[in-house]
Design a protein around this ligand. Structure first.
Ligand code: 13P
Ligand code: SF4
Length: 384
């Protein structure tokens, strides 16, 4: 069941606020950092990107941390990779590279800074470390896990391979390094259909193992002739959306365009207008500029896409990812200040996992938007 969670502290905010903040400055903020003239000068231009979600009254609580993080990034030679589910303050004001998990993995592979701070969850930080083993990779909170990554182990994959010899294992990037190391190729929600078809072609088979997300696997199976064997993992955020939620939204917001993430159940995808990765949803809004849109995904996504699309009306029913929300400005500041929560992956394991991630990155970029809502999940799908 969908929750009407509003993380947008300034939802009542009006877009006509002046980007130049001139109200009373508090003496101290978080960590004893001051909102003073220097911080104001360093951050006023950033406020313009978040003023639709942060009120002028709240901004002085954010700005000192934002300024301090941006200074620490220079001192430490660090970059922040910010996933689309980061809150607007992180995404817009301290993130250096922003995007979906595929985009962030591509950035991690070519980053030149010495330090990567992962604005995302642990599996994303592990992917960064696997792709950039010489960099120091920091995760601001050790609590930032993922229900999909927790759903399967390397030992599970070894058992599955023994049961289905000769079939390639395609693993969603939302998995641990140990699971990636047992896989032939990785995929993300942006390229899952293309990866499944490419690996089946390369191996000369008509079935592949696609782990661990049951709903992503079903949604992919509906779009391809390749037979899919999958696992029962689920995203705790997207599994909560139902087809009834979509019907309610359509009834109360006629004309709204509904975009869903492929981790949603297939009956949600079937009644949505478009399904794609977080990056694909963002591109859709940018390209089509619908008058009214609903993003069936994590709560922060709408705020972040809204920053670049001020004329689009975002209706915001969403579910919260408790893992993504562990990453806060305070946690990022502490991570950079103390260089803490370094993510390491044992080199032999990392080398095997890297083969699977590299195999995915070597494929040409896939065209977005191939989840046709009219296609149904075939009975041939096998769930382990
Ligand atoms: P994307 O790959 O679409 O960014 O999704 C990552 C994720 O964690 C979705 O829940
Ligand atoms: Fe994992 Fe779902 Fe959170 Fe993404 S939204 S990190 S898949 S629990």
């Amino acid at each position: 069941m969908m929750a009407l969670i509003d993380l947008t502290r300034g939802k009542t905010a009006s877009p006509e606020w002046n980007a130049s903040v001139t109200h009373v400055m508090p003496k101290t903020g978080a960590h004893g950092l001051l909102y003073d003239e220097q911080v104001k000068a360093e951050t006023d231009h950033l406020y313009a990107r978040v003023r639709h979600v942060i009120t002028p009254l709240e901004w002085p609580a954010y700005a000192p941390l934002i300024a301090a993080i941006n200074r620490l990034k220079v001192e430490r030679d660090a970059v922040i990779l910010a996933h689309n589910y980061m809150t607007a303050d992180i995404f817009n004001c301290v993130g250096d590279f922003r995007g979906d998990s595929l985009g962030l993995a591509r950035e991690a592979a070519k980053v030149s800074a010495k330090v990567i701070v992962q604005g995302g969850v642990h599996f994303m930080a592990e992917t960064s470390k696997i792709l950039s083993p010489d960099k120091t990779v920091l995760i601001p909170s050790l609590q930032a896990g993922c229900s999909l990554a927790a759903s399967i182990t390397g030992a599970d994959v070894r058992l599955i391979k023994a049961r289905y010899p000769g079939l390639p294992v395609v693993t969603y990037v939302n998995t641990t390094a140990e699971v990636k190391a047992e896989s032939d190729i990785c995929c993300t929600s942006a390229n899952a259909i293309a990866v499944v078809e490419a690996v089946a072609r390369d191996w000369g088979v008509d079935r592949v193992i696609l782990l661990p997300d049951e709903f992503l696997a079903k949604n992919v199976a509906a779009q391809t002739k390749i037979g899919i064997i999958s696992w029962h993992g689920k995203c705790e955020v997207h599994e909560q959306f139902t087809a009834d939620d979509i019907a309610e939204i359509r009834a109360s917001h006629p004309g709204a365009i509904i975009l869903a993430h492929p981790e949603c159940p297939p009956d949600v995808v079937a009644v949505s207008d478009y399904t794609g990765s977080t990056g694909a949803m963002s591109d859709y809004v940018q390209r089509h500029k619908p008058a009214k849109v609903v993003l069936i995904t994590e709560c922060s996504m709408s705020d972040n896409v809204a920053a670049d699309n001020p004329d689009v009306d975002f209706i915001k029913p969403c579910n919260l990812c408790p893992h993504m929300k562990q990453i806060t400005l305070e946690a990022i500041y502490d991570a950079l200040l103390h260089m803490r929560h370094e993510v390491t992956v044992e080199p032999e394991l990392a080398a095997r996992a890297k083969k699977a991630v590299d195999a995915m990155l070597a494929l040409p970029p896939a065209p977005a938007g191939r989840f046709d809502p009219a296609r149904r999940v075939p009975d041939t799908l096998e769930l382990i």
